[in-house]
Design a protein around this ligand. Structure first.
Ligand SMILES: *Cc1c(COP(=O)(O)O)cnc(C)c1O
Length: 360
């Protein structure tokens, strides 16, 4: 068996210890004589799995009691519709457009009400986060929406926007559990877990209780109401059972690592190795304004598309895989989520140094 260094933006690298544990439990989960994949979600064993997953996530993030944790399906993209359907009481919301995912969410919200783009960084290919300290927030906005870490462009809100008292809704898919967060600053945060937590198929939403309402937009399907899932402990219907089980293991891994303060310090150190190299390299360049750089997704280019392609090819042969940039941006992107070891980043930088020397 040989494992590569996987820099995929998602689905992405998971902690090896978690994968090994899952492998050990594959045929017989703790004496039940079956895999978690084969288990009724109404069984006692499974109830314990989902209860522990929620309790551990609450511990890891410090989620206050007045917030619900929901395990949902449909990907982060499903939330682009669920959010306006459930939260647009006045049918008005303000969106900050910092990349493709925010733009998609904004466009979807327009199907349900008045969705205003109150700021955007489209003018410079989303290479920065706009100043959000004094935006023209709508007086009757039901919420202000951001994509907190822009997976494709490699930017991150290091300061949350001033929402002028409106509830903040944040897509945290690609920075979920990468550093501590103050949940009370959000009305809702959510993310697909396939970036930094677990296998594709699970979306976790953390929502303040008063935002989970009966009076959603008319025609909202039962399955797309937060209340349906909140009232049924995320088990109104069959949940993505195996995915939640793996997420639960990752929460335990995070706790054993020392929690999110420790992860943040690790992630900062890891990202610095790559960014410091990009800042001194004569061949490779980062594409993002320094102060807005993401700790998780690091895009870079040589400025020559053929050389970019050569780099991706040779890197793949050397065991550094999935470094090709998003199809809309080109170049390269290294996603260095929680489970990417420091060693992987150091070795990638060594490889880049060698490539630079050979291709000067
Ligand atoms: C990947 C991603 C999405 C889309 O996720 P799906 O689960 O494929 O719908 C949305 N937002 C962000 C920030 C992402 O990184």
């Amino acid at each position: 068996m040989s494992r590569v260094y996987n820099f995929s933006a998602g689905p992405a690298v998971l902690p090896e210890s978690v994968l090994k544990e899952a492998a050990n439990e594959m045929l017989d989960y703790r004496g039940t004589g079956m895999s978690v994949m084969e288990m009724s979600h109404r069984s006692k064993a499974y109830q314990t799995i989902i209860d522990e997953a929620e309790a551990d996530l609450r511990k890891v993030m410090g989620i206050p009691d007045n917030y619900k944790v929901l395990f949902l399906q449909g990907g982060a993209s499903q939330q682009f519709a669920m959010i306006p359907m459930n939260l647009m009481k006045n049918k008005v919301a303000d969106y900050i457009i910092t990349g493709q995912w925010a733009k998609k969410a904004w466009q979807e919200a327009k199907l349900y009400g008045q969705a205003n783009a109150v700021a955007s960084s489209a003018d410079k290919t989303f290479s920065y986060i706009p100043d959000c300290s004094d935006l023209p927030i709508s007086a009757d906005a039901d919420y202000v929406y951001i994509c907190e870490n822009n997976t494709i462009y490699g930017t991150k809100f290091h300061t949350l926007p001033n929402t002028k008292g409106k509830d903040l809704v944040s897509d945290v898919s690609s920075c979920f559990l990468s550093e501590p967060v103050d949940v009370t600053k959000y009305g809702m945060l959510y993310g697909g877990v396939q970036k930094n937590i677990g296998p594709a198929g699970v979306v976790i939403a953390v929502i303040r209780e008063d935002l989970i309402r009966e009076d959603v937009l008319p025609g909202t399907p039962t399955m797309l109401r937060y209340k349906t899932h909140a009232d049924n402990g995320s088990m109104y219907n069959t949940p993505p059972a195996y995915g939640i089980y793996i997420c639960g293991k990752v929460f335990k891994w995070l706790l054993s690592m020392g929690g999110l303060e420790v992860m943040k310090a690790r992630n900062e150190k890891k990202a610095a190795v790559l960014y410091d190299f990009l800042d001194t390299s004569e061949l490779f360049h980062g594409t993002v304004v320094k102060k807005d750089r993401s700790l998780m997704n690091v895009p870079f280019v040589t400025g020559d598309t053929e050389l970019d392609a050569k780099f991706v090819r040779e890197a793949t042969e050397a065991g550094f895989v999935n470094l090709k940039g998003h199809r809309t941006v080109g170049g390269m992107r290294a996603s260095i989520y929680n489970a990417m070891p420091m060693e992987g980043v150091q070795k990638l930088v060594q490889f880049m140094e060698k490539f630079e020397a050979e291709n000067r």
